[in-house]
Design a protein around this ligand. Structure first.
Ligand code: NDP
Length: 419
């Protein structure tokens, strides 16, 4: 029996909400609140008669702490699931602290305005000190650790697939398969085809910022940064086949380096087709990925926001995307004094997802873990207070829930390694 407030009603939130409604014994009441209330109403209507969960809707601007506080105080949820955008993370965490409610999200904080001089000064200091230049990092949300601990509350960060399930895979490997882990390679393959020359599978602004940034990885406790897309490998993925993949910076590298400090090297690879990369490079070269406002015919516009309006809505890709995703982690290390390798991953089919929840697999593979993370918090399986990433919790009940709710694990004890 629980009341949950979901903030955001985009591609990922829609899947998470539909999945919560499948577990209506736990998610007994759910409020969908977002900037555009009509989207929440449409989803609530689509769920009518399909679930025992009592679904209500609300309008909220989650850039405003007081609006979120008022909503929490009026709905009185046991948990707030932030599935809006990373820009809202700190505002919603502040509101949860004020109201005394547990918090979770699917992506770590980054500011909407990367030209803000106050933020920029801190960012530039961090780039020098830590050695990676992505706009997002955990320092902003980790700064809330003590406040959440003292309030006796839990904040679960980054509970999608990657970040999220990939860290649970690491915790699982550490708990069951290895005495010590030497290397982790996280491989994110999307073998899906939506038929457009160019589209992004989740929020275009967040997605394009991420993939156009320099890549980085951890080696012997230090960040190594490389030009964007400059390390390329080929890998033969189960159920997908041979794909080109590129080394990217990714948020879970940062927390894994802290929480599994013995690991000598942690890398993240994502597959991209040539058409995607050519379009992205061209858009970047002409300035369309910029977040700095420009004047156009007397109006101020932010190029990347304008681009978002032109690109297909990721939520509309579901019916036309065919193929599979394959996301997981390859480990090397030692068990009982012997060298060992291990690969744990999930394969997800875009059309199967669409049949079940009217969404493609990228939103599905993020929304299902968000729902399963909420399930862990609401059923008392994960109880640590403070601010935590997924690898800090017991992976077993979470992976069991993923097996049950649509993202079953697969294992390979003799995987081909990435050189
Ligand atoms: P969408 O753009 O589809 O949806 C975002 C939603 O948030 C929309 O409903 C939007 O409202 C709402 N929103 C935006 N700003 C505000 C605001 N100020 N107040 C209230 N609501 C707001 O994004 P996605 O569903 O693709 O992504 C959701 C999150 O999931 C992102 O943080 C993304 O980074 C993360 N993600 C995580 C992954 C993982 O594996 N961990 C993978 C993919 C995504 P409106 O409809 O009005 O625009």
């Amino acid at each position: 029996m629980s009341r949950v407030l979901v903030i955001g009603c985009g591609g990922v939130a829609s899947v998470a909400i539909r999945k919560c409604c499948q577990a209506d014994d736990v998610f007994t009441e759910l409020c969908i609140a977002s900037r555009t209330k009509s989207k929440c109403d449409a989803l609530a209507k689509a769920l009518e008669g399909k679930t025992k969960t009592v679904v209500t809707t609300a309008q909220v601007n989650a850039d405003n702490v007081q609006e979120v506080v008022d909503l929490i105080n009026s709905y009185k949820p046991d948990l707030v699931m932030n599935i809006a955008l990373p820009y809202q993370d700190l505002v919603i965490m502040d509101a949860c602290l004020i109201c005394g409610v547990n918090y979770m999200d699917t992506a770590n904080y980054e500011p909407e305005d990367t030209d803000d001089p106050e933020w920029r000064a801190i960012y530039e200091k961090r780039c020098k000190e830590k050695g990676f230049s992505a706009y997002f990092d955990y320092s902003w949300q980790w700064a809330y650790k003590e406040k959440f601990e003292k309030a006796g509350l839990t904040a679960l960060l980054g509970c999608g697939f990657d970040p999220g399930v990939t860290q649970a895979y690491c915790a699982y490997a550490k708990k069951h398969e290895f005495d010590t882990i030497d290397t982790i390679d996280i491989l994110d393959c999307n073998g899906g085809d939506h038929g457009y020359a160019f589209a992004t599978n989740f929020n275009p602004e967040v997605n394009l910022r991420e993939v156009s940034a320099p890549g980085s990885y951890i080696e012997n406790g230090k960040w190594v940064e490389i030009p964007a897309m400059s390390i390329k490998r080929e890998y033969d993925f189960d159920s997908v086949g041979m794909k080109d993949m590129y080394l990217l910076h990714h948020e879970e590298l940062e927390s894994l380096a802290v929480n599994i400090p013995e690991v000598k090297r942690i890398r993240f690879f994502m597959t991209f087709g040539q058409s995607y990369l050519t379009h992205m490079k061209c858009l970047e070269n002409v300035g369309m990925l910029s977040t700095t406002p420009v004047m156009f015919e007397g109006h101020e516009i932010v190029p990347i926001k304008f681009l978002k309006e032109l690109l297909p809505d990721p939520a509309s890709l579901g019916p036309r995307t065919h193929g599979k995703t394959n996301i997981g982690c390859i480990f090397t290390g030692k068990k009982d004094g012997q060298d060992k390798t291990y690969y744990i991953y999930n394969v997800c089919d875009h059309q199967e997802c669409y049949k079940e929840v009217e969404s493609q697999a990228i939103s599905y593979t993020t929304g299902v873990p968000a729902m399963c993370g909420a399930l862990m918090l609401l059923t008392g399986k994960w109880t640590e207070k403070g601010v935590h990433t997924v690898e800090e919790f017991d992976p077993d009940p979470f992976l069991d829930a993923l097996d049950k709710f649509g993202l079953p694990r697969r294992e390979n004890f003799k995987p081909v390694l990435v050189d």
